[in-house]
Design a protein around this ligand. Sequence first.
Ligand SMILES: NC(=O)c1ccc[n+]([C@@H]2O[C@H](COP(=O)([O-])OP(=O)(O)OC[C@H]3O[C@@H](n4cnc5c(N)ncnc54)[C@H](O)[C@@H]3O)[C@@H](O)[C@H]2O)c1
Length: 335
Amino acid sequence: MSSMLSTSRGPSPKRPLSALSGSASFDPSDATHAADQHPVLTKGRVAVVTGAAGGIGSAAARAFAALGMKVALADLPSSSTQLDALRKELCAVVGEANVLVVPTDVAVFDDVCRLRDKVYEAWSEVAVLLNNAGIGGAQDGKRGTSWDGLEAWRRVFDVNLFGIVNVQQAFVPAMLHQENPAMVINTGSKQGITNPPGNAAYNASKAAVKSLTEGLAHDLRSQPEAPVTAHLFVPGWTFTGMTGATANAAKPAGAWSPDETVKYMLTRVARGEFYVLCPDNETTPEVDQLRIMWGAADAAQGRPALSRWHRDYKALFEEYMREGQALAADGALGK
Ligand SMILES: NC(=O)c1ccc[n+]([C@@H]2O[C@H](COP(=O)([O-])OP(=O)(O)OC[C@H]3O[C@@H](n4cnc5c(N)ncnc54)[C@H](O)[C@@H]3O)[C@@H](O)[C@H]2O)c1
């Protein structure tokens, strides 16, 4: 690691800093065009994707390759068949030299250091670090609830929280040594913000991801010499293995496809946004906004915890949502 750090400044491909101010000409309606204009999401630069073997991760890897980026694919050794199929697919797009597969359990720090070393040995830089690997919370079919499922609590934190902590600790020091702009995108969840009852361990792990990513954003902007930004990527309901997708299952109308979610995310990070809350076909940005504000008001106003799901607050919450959505329809929400 130390030898890599001391030499990484040299090989980092240089791009004009003026490109940093190029976002004005970027059309957010088209992520591919956006990426053409963006100094990080640029042909020839390097994307690292954890949890790349399926769902949102493989959609992101395809999107990065479509931009002409070099892509490192990391997932569990047990996903080697899917990883190999994706590798072949991406090699046809960007060429064999520009795709790397590194079997990695993000919960294991040594695995993550090996991933970093392979990527820097091959390409000497990282432009996009997408922390996407995650699990839904069940361990041996059992979820971590308030007083049960201790093993599920441990595993979901090992993957969803410590997976990201491990990757940040391994990669960010090296990324800070690069001269080019770069970004870290951590994958949270609306469940980590509004905390709906039913999957306490998953919610808590994703709340921690929000917290650590906000801290990362602050710490990175205190390093003006190192143009690395952090982003919290919060998918909406996306049809993946985690949410019941199989080869034969049709996507529910309310869900987005992984491609839709990734395209939305890339558009928003290219605009420089920190909070990337993705809608889906069921939940609009306004509904998300109202739900988040209600949850924050529990603490601010001293209501019971999770009052949204408290029988005494049911009618009040429904009225709040009706009024809020009417304001949103008039374009007056938040004014
Ligand atoms: N699908 C949704 O509706 C949704 C909503 C909000 C957040 N998310 C988040 O999006 C991310 C991607 O999830 P997805 O929906 O694509 O699910 P998915 O199950 O299709 O993909 C997750 C990938 O992570 C990999 N993975 C699991 N544990 C790992 C580990 N220890 N090391 C390396 N890789 C590991 C899996 O093998 C899998 O390929 C997750 O962090 C998830 O929590 C998904």
